[in-house]
Design a protein around this ligand. Structure first.
Ligand SMILES: [Zn+2]
Length: 789
């Protein structure tokens, strides 16, 4: 019997290996089309030539920058050359405490009827201050221009098409906010296709749709040649700190699709997001998807479909499976019912005892708990010894494959260990019933809590229930009450093999993108997910011979330990996958203090930096009440001009009746003017938590703009102005807290003084990121009550 059991286990493991290979082969972007490809097709190489022209100089082009203005001009020229009449839209907007003056580019293509409902293709042309943003989002801009060329040559679609190139996305979705709030076309647009990236390679994933999701997914399924999507992506994305313009479009009730690629996330928002590092294959996939999705929307008879949630996933990037979210719970309950009935048959016919099923449950749960604990423990250990960055920064490393292997091996080790421990007590059918019922319960729970994730356990539970049917029939037909545990019989093999293969087929595509999405958290999560898959192997492991189980345990342990040892031995960062280290110069004329600040993902200062300046060994917050930590070193005083926060009128008492403050309570209104005297492009005002800011209104050329401040962990609130005009900005702020209020004001420029001596000490395996290296001038200003007169 053991030999037959071994065959079953070997068959399952071989099938799983095959599924893994198929997954790795399927989830890749397509080959890029050459520049001389058919003019009606999207060619990545034509787009790459545009990209090279736009960002080949490697100069970052954040909102308000001269490079941004040059890029805008180049885009407008290209659109005009294609026969469009591009227009600029600019205006002062605020979103979540970030304010600025983005300049959007808008072009339109008329529809074939006089229907006014429009569809939109959107990408952002600004970059972060640290890098040229070739993939994020220059590649999408280039793709949009290639698509604009194709559309101009095609027959007009049913609905007009709006091409929108937003500015200030990186600063806080400012351009999209401006479009939705102020552009006349924004009312006409009913659906948008948004293109973005959080990395420089990999396939284009569709990870977010509008609320009429059932209609959209049918459209997507029929339009997209290489669908890579599932309803779990959005669940994961919502848990990440990242945002895209689509958030603004969705809030404006637009339908549509959000696409991004996320490979090589180590280069994201760094100088390495360059034209040379952009992947033509990713551009091809993103361009194909955008053109197909946009065309499908533009030719859809209606753009008004009811809100309806669906559950969906692709099969090896070849086909799309969709069902209504309302089916999830009934289907899960049906699977649970079927499995309970089958368990009852097994119990009645004496194939299994209740005790065996209970031991099976104990084994399955122990295996999951032990697996996740082992992987999480390994993670904590590697962070403690400095081989992995802490969780709160970018937690990716240059060589993640050994940890991928370790996380998978730990799941198998836990399963094999549990099956070995309880093989006699739980038996084949005890484990089968326990694992299948556990999966069914999980599918019921997920259908209620996170329907988007319910398809994985549902598929596994349904496969177990259906796969066991032939065996159940044979058990009912056989008169004799016998303990049929021959796992080699085809009828007994199917109930174990089918759920295993189906579960792993559903899991692998999710696991494929888990690490680029989540960083090191992906490893314990992978162990948990693979544990759910490995639970389906428990019956086969129990039916296998003692020796086979020991072999599996030894092999899995070897790979787990090997993966951990390799991770210990390999460098955490490389020039190609660098650590993020930002250097800042801070000058405070009020205190006369000047410092260099170093912010490191690893929370450890490289020796080269400690040799270059006298850094304190313990990091401190960058400013009072701020969350991010930096190492401080003394720096020379540069006497840079300090930002100005001027009182423009006597403080006034105002009565408040906002939601934040009950009617009738009073606040003090300050009318202030903020200006950078050294022409810095960004200025920030930090109000302490005690100030209780109840209202803030900016005075702009187009009228007053009210905003909500962003709240820091300390309770302090923050006003952040990007693309700060030389003349500064005026605003009024109502504070309800005790006076005086002491605010911090600082302006920042995206440069580093002193000829960059410290910059040159930054090791080759490190890079600046996001806002990049900064020069900051910091002040403290007290706002007093009105003088008695
Ligand atoms: Zn972006």
């Amino acid at each position: 019997m053991a030999a037959a059991g071994n065959r079953g286990l070997a068959l399952a493991l071989a099938g799983i290996a095959l599924l893994l290979t198929a997954t790795l082969a399927a989830y890749r972007p397509p080959a890029p089309l050459a520049a001389n490809a058919s003019p009606d097709a999207f060619s990545a190489y034509r787009a790459a030539a545009i990209l090279q022209d736009l960002v080949g100089d490697g100069i970052p082009h954040p909102i308000g920058s001269p490079a941004g203005a040059r890029m805008r001009e180049a885009i407008v020229k290209r659109l005009a050359a294609l026969g469009y009449a591009p227009r600029l839209q600019s205006g002062f907007v605020c979103r979540d405490g970030v304010c600025g003056n983005p300049v959007n580019i808008v072009a339109t293509l008329g529809g074939s009827t006089d229907d006014k409902d429009a569809v939109m293709l959107a990408a952002h042309y600004d970059s972060v201050p640290a890098g040229p943003g070739a993939s994020d989002d220059g590649a999408a801009v280039a793709a949009l221009l290639e698509i604009a060329r194709i559309l101009a040559a095609r027959p007009r679609p049913l609905h007009p098409i709006v091409l929108l190139l937003t500015d200030g996305e990186e600063a806080g979705l400012l351009g999209a906010t401006l479009f939705v709030q102020q552009h006349p076309l924004s009312k006409q647009v009913k659906a948008a296709v948004n293109l973005d990236a959080r990395g420089t390679s990999g396939p284009s994933l569709m990870f977010e749709t509008g609320t009429a999701n059932a209609w959209l997914m049918r459209l997507y399924g029929s339009a997209i040649a290489r669908p890579i999507t599932n309803s779990l992506y959005f669940v994961v994305y919502k848990g990440l700190p990242n945002d895209t313009d689509f958030t603004v479009f969705k809030a404006a009730a637009y339908q549509g699709f959000n696409f991004a690629f996320i490979g090589d996330v180590g280069r994201y928002h760094t100088p390495l997001d360059s034209a040379a590092n952009a992947s033509p294959s990713s551009i091809q996939h993103q361009g194909d998807n955008a053109l197909a999705a946009l065309s499908a929307l533009a030719n859809s008879p209606t753009l008004h479909s009811p809100i309806a949630e669906s559950i969906f996933f692709d099969g090896f990037a070849r086909a799309l499976v969709v069902w209504p979210a309302a089916f999830a719970l009934p289907a899960a309950l049906l699977s649970l019912g079927l499995l309970l009935a089958e368990a009852a048959i097994l119990l009645r016919r004496g194939a299994v005892t209740l005790r065996e099923i209970m031991w099976g449950g104990v084994g399955a749960i122990c295996m999951l708990v032990v697996g996740v604990a082992l992987c999480a423990g390994l993670l904590v250990l590697l962070i403690a010894v400095g081989k992995l960055p802490p969780r709160d920064g970018g937690s990716w490393i240059s060589q993640p494959v050994p940890m991928h292997v370790a996380a998978a091996a730990i799941a198998l080790l836990a399963a094999a260990g549990a099956s070995h421990w309880l093989a006699q007590r739980a038996t084949f059918w005890g484990y089968w019933a326990a694992a299948a019922l556990l999966g069914a319960l999980l599918s019921v729970a997920s259908a209620v809590i996170i329907p988007g994730a319910s398809f994985v356990p549902l598929l596994g539970a349904a496969a177990a229930g259906l796969g066991a049917l032939p065996f159940m029939v044979s058990v009912i037909r056989s008169r004799a009450r016998s303990r049929t545990t021959d796992a080699a019989a085809p009828t007994a093999l199917l109930p174990a093999l089918l759920p295993a293969l189906v579960t792993f087929a559903a899991l692998f595509p999710l696991l494929r993108f888990l690490y680029p999405a989540l960083g090191s958290l992906a490893w314990p999560v992978s162990t948990l997910l693979l544990g759910l898959g490995a639970a389906t192997l428990l019956p086969l492991l129990a039916a296998a011979g003692d020796r086979a189980r020991r072999q599996v345990i030894a092999t899995a342990a070897l790979f787990a330990v090997g993966g951990a040892l390799f991770t210990l031995g390999l460098p955490t960062y490389s020039a190609d996958w660098p650590e993020r280290i930002n250097l800042e110069y801070w000058w405070d004329p009020d205190t006369g203090q000047s410092h260099y600040l170093a912010r490191c993902d690893s929370r450890r200062l490289p020796a080269a930096l400690t040799a270059a300046a006298r850094f304190d060994p313990v990091p401190r917050p960058r400013f009072a009440g701020g969350g991010s930590m930096a190492f401080y070193a003394p720096a020379p005083k540069l006497e840079l001009a300090a930002p100005e926060l001027e009182l423009r009128a006597q403080p006034d008492s105002v009565s408040q009746s906002t939601a934040a403050s009950p009617a009738g309570s009073s606040a003090t209104r300050y009318v202030l003017h903020l200006r950078s005297l050294r022409g810095a492009p960004e200025a920030l005002v930090v109000f302490p938590a005690s100030a209780q800011v109840v209202d803030i209104v900016l005075a702009t050329a187009s009228g007053p703009v009210r905003t909500q401040l962003s709240r820091l962990w300390s309770g302090a609130t923050l006003l952040d102005i990007v693309s700060l005009p030389d003349a500064g900005v005026a605003f009024s702020v109502d504070v309800a807290g005790p006076l005086p209020v002491t605010v911090q004001v600082f302006d920042q420029s995206y440069d580093f003084p002193q000829g960059g001596t410290l910059q040159r000490a930054r090791p080759p395996y490190a890079t600046s990121s996001q806002d990049g290296d900064l020069t900051v001038v910091h002040r403290t200003v007290s706002l007093y009550p009105a003088a008695d007169r």
